[in-house]
Write a new protein. Structure first.
Length: 324
């Protein structure tokens, strides 16, 4: 089979159950990588996963322990599955000495002659293709790229598929605008699509007007800009400002609580009649962030929309304007 797959083709291949011994899932699209890891796990029957699926982290496992894991025989299934998250930490260790060189040699030998009854999935943000193990994986593994699309046509097709997952369609002009604003970077495109669908929720089609409202970064980067936009009920502007904070590259695990704290200070100044519903939404989001029950960026985007646009009864939780 092909040594390089796009995520959509990879999902079809994985679902067939005919897995290869080695995979490299690489790129900056964390959501796509998470979905592919789940798809690999689904190949093993649920009641047998505890015996046949191992998930380890490259920065926490020694090479000899990893090699011991991959050589365990499968139990009641054709093959075992070992998923190595943050694989760059074991494939490209920062410290170079005799021990790490010996480990790299052992791992390189395995890549060239993997166990036939085990599938190893290396999941990485990026690898230096000049390094030895990266070259070996390029040669011997099935590489699934999760980060860049080939051209604008592929990007538009990708956008349509993602919007369809929300049960919606998107106008061609709107899809083209998102591509112009975000380029071919899948992670940026995913954020643009999520915001556009969230903004157009309750309707069947994401329009060009919707995309123009939420796409792009034509606003200044200010860590309090999200709350400032919410104070005027400017949902689209608040979503754009939130996107800028996340796109700036700060760790989402730190950024989420920071933004939540700012929004909490905003809610505390709302009229008393509005505070109850708003705090309910806040607590629900806070719990989801603390239990990792969803992507922090998406959780906060939903919080912004719900606070600005209203709850299930259609009333606004936050007023259209408010002064300190």
């Amino acid at each position: 089979m092909a040594s390089r797959l796009k995520p959509a083709a990879a999902r079809t291949h994985i679902a067939s159950g005919a897995l290869e011994p080695l995979y490299l899932v690489v790129g900056g699209d964390q959501a796509e990588k998470t979905g592919l890891v789940a798809a690999f796990g689904d190949v093993i029957e649920a009641e047998l996963r505890a015996f046949n699926v191992e998930r380890v982290y490259g920065g926490e496992i020694a090479v000899h322990d990893l090699l011991d894991l991959v050589r365990i025989l499968p139990m009641m299934v054709p093959r075992r599955l070992v998923i190595v998250m943050q694989a760059e930490k074991i494939l490209e260790p920062k410290k170079q000495n005799e021990d790490t060189e010996r480990d790299l040699d052992a791992l390189g030998a395995y890549i060239q002659a993997p166990e036939s009854l085990t599938t190893v999935v290396f999941v990485a943000d990026a690898l230096d293709r000049r390094r030895r193990l990266a070259k070996l994986l390029e040669k011997h593994a099935v590489v699934i790229e999760c980060g860049m699309l080939a051209d604008g046509g592929e990007a538009v097709h990708w956008i349509r598929a993602r919007v369809a997952e929300h049960g919606m369609a998107i106008e061609p002009e709107a899809a083209a605008l998102l591509v112009r604003r975000a380029g071919l970077d899948v992670a940026r495109l995913r954020g643009e699509v999520e915001r556009a669908c969230l903004f157009a929720a309750g309707r069947q089609t994401v329009t060009l007007a919707d995309a123009m409202e939420v796409a792009g970064a034509a606003v200044s980067l200010d860590e309090w800009a999200v709350v400032n936009a919410m104070r005027t009920g400017a949902t689209a502007l608040a979503l754009r400002e939130l996107a800028l904070l996340f796109d700036a590259g700060e760790d989402p695990r730190k950024l989420g609580p920071m933004v939540l704290g700012q929004i909490r200070s905003y809610v505390e100044k709302l009229p008393t009649a509005r505070q109850g519903p708003a705090f309910d939404v806040l607590l629900r989001t806070d719990l989801a962030l603390k239990t990792s029950a969803g992507d922090p960026r998406i959780l906060l985007e939903r919080l912004v929309v719900e606070l600005c646009e209203g709850g299930q009864d259609g009333r606004r939780v936050c007023p259209p304007s408010f002064s300190d």
